[in-house]
Design a protein around this ligand. Structure first.
Ligand code: SF4
Ligand code: SF4
Ligand code: SF4
Ligand code: FES
Length: 811
């Protein structure tokens, strides 16, 4: 493919640029530095500030903005004449009329684009009468401050919120000299707290409240990393000072984040330096967990495990890895389990990703995924189904909005709650919880029952979606596999596979809930898997891997987790997970741990499992170690240590390797790199053929016949991030407590107002919390955010709370 190019001359140098480039881009390709204020590579050219002026021939007889002027064949550009320098100087002098030079106090100092220009042009004050704006610093919400006097009205905040986030929470207000930036809606209610307006602001007008006055930009150490919260796996820059992470920011424009973060990525790092971190090894003595030395703790663990192995055999020991930790951490634990302990009872707790991956592989084969984000965004039609991915995978949601708006993708949204994606969709419909698989299978023609009563969609809407899906050459089906898919992930995946089998051009994008759920599957953290997600029944895999591990691997899969904890459990080793809090039956899990002879927990915070442990070992967070997460596309996201380990904590892989060495098997690892290499070498898997079989899907929830009965939907909220979120103060201020969300009509009928206490009751139990009355919830549905310990949805249905029938009353 040839790309059309344009040849022009800049300051006497000839340059070729792709057709469609601006003059600014042509200058930059020659390394010529043109000052800009209103430009951001994430945004469309705007031309507001006039800093980037150049002279062009042929062109207007005056300096012209290079950022909005298209480069043309044969054009001659001058970038630094006297008249250009005069214009740029004048621009700065006008800005300084109201912009205070309060750089010693301003958080942006050191990265302020206006300060750079003031310095370069040696301007110390404006020649014009200075005019301060009347507005003081304004608190826009829990995390965003706006200093109007420093605002240069470049519009970058307004544009990034609109063009990239698809929210439009900020706007210009008033006119001419009285113009200022303000929330576009009452109470700034649409703001998603992504921080991108702060990130793009070239001056210190928009500021992060949590970061304010915590460091000067030149004092911080900066390390490239990956967001630890969801499976989009956005690129991050972690900034630290004196061993504390002080902020996280975007890092370049690469995939998958393309220069964006969400609230969790931008503000959700503060758990790293929480005072509640486990900082020392602890061993239970006299019934109480007591701090001890590493050598004592490792001695207790290695001898304790050996005793259990000697007394009860390897299959009495279970090992649990974690989608919160790296591939290297999980691989170290897997090798330890299978090669040192000799147990096949290896687990990773996960909502629905493992079940989804297994189903898709069994039906469609291994060559069908995962697909890249680019393939998703380039599909002619994007179907988002189930949970609102604007909450679960926010940055991907932002990219989808942009694809629908700017690239003419057809977006179809069929979610349980109203979504920020709706306004960009050709069709946006609400479906009832539990109806996701029925809808997908109906689109595939493998479900024939009454679509209206089972999904909540009327026939006309269904047929519209069916028509759009049928007409599109390529279709991306996107769904979150979070907690709401517990017990239903296989069914949804089979229904999605039915659709993929029914026609060509369908690609499936199951989105793992946690950052490394995909990684735990591919590493082989399951009783029937080996690295590369190869089956233990694959003799070549066993031979290849056994040769490196210097062991013989059994072809027999281990027990399921439930079979293990209700059966042979004598010792359990848990890394980065709360198996009690996350168990389908936490009472049973807790009893199993109490009866075990040895429970070892390696984590960064205490949880219900750690409280029951005999030994607690302090692991490190993503900010203190190296390694990789695997995102929803299968892309490796690298993390690097930004700060030293907090307290006496150590990287998870290192703790495991030290225990292995204490038990006589030194893996020889002194950093994570040889682990990455070993894992990579063992992960080459032969292609697996799928069955290619469609399966009829039926049995979604029927209609309700009682006015006080509601269908429960459990949703992951944008501002909740599991264990980490509970210990991240910034996220906690955004959603301090769980709320039951109700439609205004339902709330009115039950005389429930915003903030009232409400009781949700099912045949299994009840939950008491406050009401939030919101039109985002359809009538007949009550929504509960998952991951709140104080409002556990599982009390309403321990197996699959999503879709449970509950009665709602004022409490
Ligand atoms: S934080 Fe994000 S959503 Fe809120 S105003 Fe800024 S850019 Fe918009
Ligand atoms: S607040 Fe910042 S980004 Fe927004 S218009 Fe003002 S200077 Fe530009
Ligand atoms: S979308 Fe996911 S990975 Fe990206 S910043 Fe948000 S939580 Fe982090
Ligand atoms: S950078 Fe070109 S007008 Fe602002």
């Amino acid at each position: 493919m040839t790309t059309e190019t344009i040849t022009l001359t800049v300051d006497g140098h000839e340059v070729q640029v792709p057709a469609g480039s601006t003059v600014l881009q042509a200058c930059e390709s020659l390394g010529i530095d043109i000052p800009t204020l209103c430009t951001d590579p994430r945004l469309k050219p705007y031309g507001a500030c006039r800093m980037c002026v150049v002279e062009v021939q042929p062109g207007p007889p005056r300096p012209t903005a290079s950022c909005t002027t298209p480069a043309a064949e044969g054009m001659t550009v001058v970038t630094n004449s006297d008249s250009i320098r005069d214009v740029r100087r004048h621009v700065i002098e006008l800005q300084l009329q109201h912009h205070p030079l309060d750089c010693p106090y301003c958080d942006q100092a050191g990265t302020c684009e206006l300060q750079d220009e003031v310095f370069d042009q040696k301007i110390h004050q404006s020649p014009y009468e200075t005019v301060s704006k009347a507005h003081p610093e304004e608190v826009l919400n829990e995390v965003i401050l706006l200093n109007h006097n420093r605002c240069i009205l470049c519009g970058r905040c307004v544009r990034i919120c609109d063009e990239q986030i698809g929210v439009h929470a900020l706007d210009f207000v008033e006119r001419a000299a009285g113009t200022f930036i303000a929330p576009a809606q009452h109470d700034f209610m649409d703001c998603e707290r992504c921080g991108m307006c702060i990130e793009t602001c070239p001056v210190g007008a928009l500021l992060s409240k949590p970061f304010k006055h915590s460091a000067r930009s030149w004092q911080t150490e900066k390390v490239a990393s990956t967001c630890p919260h969801c499976s989009v796996g956005c690129s991050l820059l972690v900034e630290s000072r004196h061993g504390d992470v002080v902020r996280t920011r975007t890092n370049g424009l690469e995939e998958p984040s393309r220069g964006l973060l969400c609230a969790k990525g931008f503000f959700g790092h503060s758990f790293v330096n929480s005072e509640k971190r486990i900082t020392r090894p602890m061993v239970r003595r006299g019934g109480v967990l007591q701090p001890t030395t590493w050598s004592d703790a490792l001695d207790v663990v290695s001898k304790g495990l050996q005793n259990v192995l000697d007394a009860h055999g390897p299959e009495s020991v279970g090992v649990v890895g974690s989608p919160n930790t790296t591939n290297e951490d999980n691989y170290a634990l897997l090798r330890f389990a299978r090669a040192v302990l000799g147990t096949p009872n290896v687990y990773s707790q996960d909502s629905g990703m493992h079940a989804t991956a297994r189903t898709l592989r069994a039906v469609l084969g291994s060559s069908t995924g995962p697909h890249t984000q680019n393939e998703l965004l380039e599909s002619e039609l994007i179907l988002v189904i189930g949970a609102d991915i604007g909450h679960t995978h926010n940055v991907l949601g932002a990219h989808i909005k942009q694809a629908a708006r700017d690239d003419n993708r057809t977006l179809v949204v069929a979610t349980r709650l109203a979504s920020g994606l709706d306004k960009y969709a050709t069709v946006a419909e609400r479906i009832r919880p539990t109806a996701e698989a029925t809808l997908l299978s109906s689109l595939a023609g493998t479900h024939s029952a009454d679509i209206e009563s089972l999904t909540g969609l009327d026939r006309e809407s269904f047929e519209k979606i069916q028509g759009l899906v049928g007409e599109a050459d390529s279709v991306a089906v996107v769904w979150d596999t979070g907690l709401w898919t517990l017990d239903r992930a296989t069914r949804i995946a089979q229904a999605a596979a039915n659709l993929a089998l029914s026609r060509s051009g369908v690609r499936l994008f199951p989105l793992a809930e946690r950052v490394n759920s995909v990684g735990t599957f591919q590493v082989g953290m399951a009783p029937d898997l080996l690295p590369g997600a190869r089956s233990v029944e694959d003799s070549k895999a066993r031979d290849d891997i056994g040769a490196v591990w210097n062991t013989s691997i059994s072809p027999n899969p281990g027990l399921s987790f439930n079979e293990f904890i209700s059966g042979p459990i004598k010792a359990l080793y848990v890394m980065g997970e709360d198996v009690v809090g996350g168990a389908l039956n936490s009472t049973e899990a807790s009893a199993a741990l109490l009866n075990a002879e040895l429970v070892i927990v390696q984590d960064i915070f205490m949880n219900a499992t750690a409280e029951a442990a005999d030994v607690v070992l302090p692991g490190t967070s993503f900010a203190e170690k190296g390694g990789h997460f695997t995102n929803f596309e299968g892309r490796l996201g690298r993390i690097e240590p930004a700060i030293p380990p907090v307290g006496e904590s150590r990287p998870d892989w290192e703790i495991v390797a030290r225990i292995a060495a204490a038990m006589g098997s030194d893996f020889g690892w002194r950093s994570h790199e040889p682990i990455s290499k070993e894992l990579r070498e063992l992960s080459t898997a032969p292609s697996i053929q799928g069955s290619g079989s469609s399966v009829p899907i039926d049995g979604a929830l029927g209609p309700l016949d009682d006015n006080n009965s509601f269908v429960l939907t459990t949703e992951q909220h944008l501002y909740t991030a599991g264990v980490a979120g509970r210990h991240a103060p910034s996220l906690q201020t955004m959603l301090p407590e769980a709320v039951a969300e109700l439609n205004p009509d339902d709330a009115g009928r039950l005389s429930i107002s915003h903030g009232d206490p409400v009781r949700l009751a099912s045949t299994a139990g009840e939950v008491n919390l406050k009401a939030l009355v919101t039109a985002r919830v359809p009538k007949g549905i009550v929504s509960l955010p998952d991951r709140f310990l104080e409002a556990p949805a599982r009390q309403l249905d321990p197996r699959a709370p999503d879709g449970a029938v509950v009665r709602v009353s004022k409490g």
